[in-house]
Write a protein that binds this ligand. Structure first.
Ligand SMILES: [Zn+2]
Length: 412
């Protein structure tokens, strides 16, 4: 399975100069290639392709030592990015949008380059970058036995990072059947599990909001294009980076704990992007659910478990005991039903999510797991997924189709 790991780089002064040079060459080439595309189209009415431009690059490297001096991977990457920008532009034009035409890149708008087929570029917490003398010191590098597919070097907030795209063989280590759980993610609590455990909401963004506002103000006070502005922008980027790191740390820890504890994990298939646009935007981004579920998915798969995504419509309205729809708005925190069921709102939702997953995967109980989107292929032919739901009682007698009609009713 492909995934990305990130590490911080500590290049020496000479190495930094070299990396900066790569950024410069990549950017200049990008601008030159964009110019060529525009010119060629005006002159001949025909479009230059990525292949035309890589061919030209070979000649260019022979003729000009500025380009010959840098790694060819870096230059191909620039051409690839231009090609991607062009394709994205025309795709969106075709779709009826009004996208901006690919732009010429200024000094601060080009902060990364990537190198594919970088081979075995990692050695004892050090990374080799093609054409850079010596190995670059790195931190946070946990690679294992995975193959490296691509290396991307990034300059961010005045620091250097490396993204490694790696091909990780999934190891199934699960031997004892672990229990199934449903997770409801929310704003009051970060997550509520169907067995009653909860994860508090960390709200890093809220804590950092003042710092952020301050840094933003500092930027807007400075003159455009001034040295001081550059400094303040970098300071602002550092605040964002810090928030990003806090979130990452949090979601990684919690998803690891959850993936180790449970075998079958049911989550809502939230269209987080859609929800962010509605009224709870900031908090939802803050809660970083999508980061959590993504990490949860691959961590569960690594541990031999699975994540099942269910339709989230009406999970908080439905009674988890009798299936009746009890409409309530967000301010109502307790679920009360005529059947005598009184539960915390989120706990009730978590139980519904679990039940829907079990309904979806009925054959999985002691049988064969059917393929689900977003789970590893390795799990599809796993023969036995025993689902033990602790001491809790889950009425799963209703058919899925009936559950679906209830969902659509209560969705409104
Ligand atoms: Zn009920």
């Amino acid at each position: 399975m492909l995934r990305t790991i990130t590490c911080r780089l500590y290049p020496t002064r000479a190495q930094t100069a070299r990396l900066e040079h790569y950024l410069l060459v990549g950017r200049i080439l990008y601008n030159r290639a964009l110019d060529a595309r525009i010119y060629w189209y005006k002159a001949s009415g025909k479009a230059l392709t990525f292949y035309d431009q890589t061919r030209d690059l070979t000649q260019l490297r022979e003729a000009d030592s500025f380009y010959r001096d840098a790694s060819v991977h870096v230059e191909r990457d620039a051409l690839r990015r231009l090609d991607k920008a062009y394709k994205a532009f025309f795709r969106r034009v075709k779709a009826g949008g009004t996208p901006g035409f690919p732009r010429f890149k200024g000094h601060h708008r080009w902060n990364s380059f990537s190198i594919n087929d970088c081979g075995k570029c990692v050695r004892h917490n050090r990374i080799r970058v093609s054409g850079v003398i010596g190995l670059i010191r790195a931190k946070n590098l946990r690679l294992g036995t995975a193959d490296i597919v691509e290396q991307r070097i990034i300059r961010k907030a005045g620091k250097w990072f490396c993204h490694l795209i790696i091909d990780d063989p999934i190891s199934i280590t699960s031997d004892s059947p672990r229990s199934a759980v449903g997770i409801d993610v929310g704003l009051a609590k970060f997550a509520t599990m169907s067995d009653g455990t909860t994860i508090e909401n960390p709200r890093f963004g809220k804590k950092a909001e003042r710092k952020l506002a301050h840094a933003h103000r500092n930027v807007s006070r400075t003159k455009k294009g001034s040295k001081n502005r550059r400094k303040m922008v970098e300071r602002l980027q550092r605040v964002y980076l810090r928030i990003h790191n806090l979130r990452h740390n949090f979601t990684h820890q919690e998803s690891r704990r959850t993936a180790n504890k449970y075998g079958v994990i049911a989550v809502e298939d939230l269209n987080v992007k859609g929800m962010v646009r509605s009224r709870y935007g900031k908090s939802i981004l803050d809660a970083c659910w999508s980061m959590f579920t993504t990490q949860l998915t691959y961590k569960a798969e690594e541990a031999g478990g699975m994540v099942v995504r269910v339709n989230p419509a009406g999970t908080s309205q439905e009674c988890s005991q009798c299936g009746q729809s009890i409409p309530k708005d967000l301010s109502v925190r307790v679920h009360r039903c005529d059947c005598g069921c009184v539960l915390d709102r989120d706990l009730n939702a978590a139980r519904n999510i679990l039940r829907r997953a079990l309904d979806q995967h009925r054959p999985a109980v002691g049988g064969i797991v059917t393929p689900v989107e977003g789970t590893a292929a390795s799990l599809m032919n796993q023969e036995e997924v025993t689902i033990k739901i602790g001491s809790h009682h889950y009425p799963c007698c209703r058919s899925s189709s009936q559950a679906l009609t209830n969902q659509t009713d209560s969705a409104q």
